[in-house]
Design a protein. Structure first.
Length: 315
């Protein structure tokens, strides 16, 4: 039997799950989006000019049972042909009884100017959705509604993006889930018409950022990320980071969902980076959670020009 507090938690998560599936934003929420741009824009593939990998895990709304838990992996590289970039991304996202997996392959074509590059990218792959009703313990066993099944678990997915950048700035636009595939939830013995459809809504992103050296050992790096999906409020993330001695990054991010993120990163070696962020929420969920944690591990090395001297890359 549920305790009253447990029931409140479950009702919050289920209401968020239903709202997310039918109306609101469905993509994983990232505070450290500036380090994980391939997950948002396929045109970013290869733009770091090295082979780069990122592993990022997010634990959201600590203290709420069934709150989102996400992990994502991205890898991308330019080829010997400087006009081509390739990438791969995969993720697992869980919210309450909903579990989602996805994997995408990415191709980017890059138009090269003397000091900048204009990139066009497309990703194609699949998404797998399932419901783990066994994770819930209802008061009444054998609840009819908890015998639901998911049909069309595996559906195709595709993204498109444009990304323009130089050594000290970037700007990009992208659209994810172009196909807007559907999954279907049905009861264990559905009568005609007893189906619920969940549509993967098309998402739109705009991003921009810059790097402004304030001194020999201090770089100011602001950025912005805008997100829009139908039937959901327009969302903006504003971020400021300071890179100190090319080793330590300190920053903060404000989200229009009334959340503040604090970010710290360390370049452990020239090839390995660790960063951590903590989100504080100031909306109606504040009383139920202890914030959100996000941990990132980044790795990169030059596949084709190991001995060259690289100009500093901030993005």
């Amino acid at each position: 039997m549920f305790k009253l507090s447990d029931m409140k938690k479950v009702m919050i998560i289920l209401s968020l799950f239903i709202g997310t599936s039918a109306f609101a934003q469905q993509d994983i929420l990232y505070t450290q989006y500036m380090y994980n741009k391939l997950a948002l824009n396929p045109a970013y593939a290869g733009s770091q000019e090295i082979f780069a990998m990122d592993l990022l895990t997010r634990i959201q709304w600590v203290g709420i049972e069934g709150a989102p838990r996400s992990i994502s992996f991205t890898a991308h590289t330019p080829l010997r042909n400087p006009h081509i970039g390739l990438g791969l991304s995969a993720y697992r996202d869980q919210l309450g009884p909903s579990i989602e997996y996805g994997a995408m392959g990415t191709f980017a074509y890059r138009v090269i100017f003397p000091t900048t590059k204009l990139c066009f990218g497309i990703s194609a792959g699949f998404m797998h959705t399932d419901l783990d009703w066994a994770s819930l313990t209802p008061k009444t066993s054998g609840d009819f509604e908890l015998n639901s099944q998911v049909r069309n678990k595996v559906v195709p997915d595709a993204d498109f993006g444009i990304y323009y950048y130089g050594t000290k700035f970037y700007v990009g636009v992208s659209s994810k889930h172009l196909i807007q595939s559907q999954t279907m939830v049905a009861s264990s013995a559905p009568a005609e018409g007893e189906y619920n459809y969940t549509k993967l809504l098309r998402h739109f992103y705009g991003m921009a950022g810059g790097a402004f050296p304030l001194s020999e050992h201090l770089v100011f790096m602001p950025s912005i990320l805008c997100k829009y999906v139908a039937n959901s409020p327009f969302q903006t993330d504003l971020n400021v980071n300071f890179l100190i001695y090319d080793v330590l990054t300190l920053g903060a991010s404000f989200r229009t969902e009334k959340a503040l993120g604090l970010i710290v990163g360390v370049n452990i070696t020239k090839n390995l980076t660790f960063s951590y962020s903590y989100d504080i929420w100031f909306n109606e969920l504040q009383a139920y959670n202890k914030g959100s944690h996000e941990i990132r591990l980044g790795f990169g090395f030059d596949l084709f020009n190991k001995d060259r001297m690289l100009t500093p890359r901030y993005f």
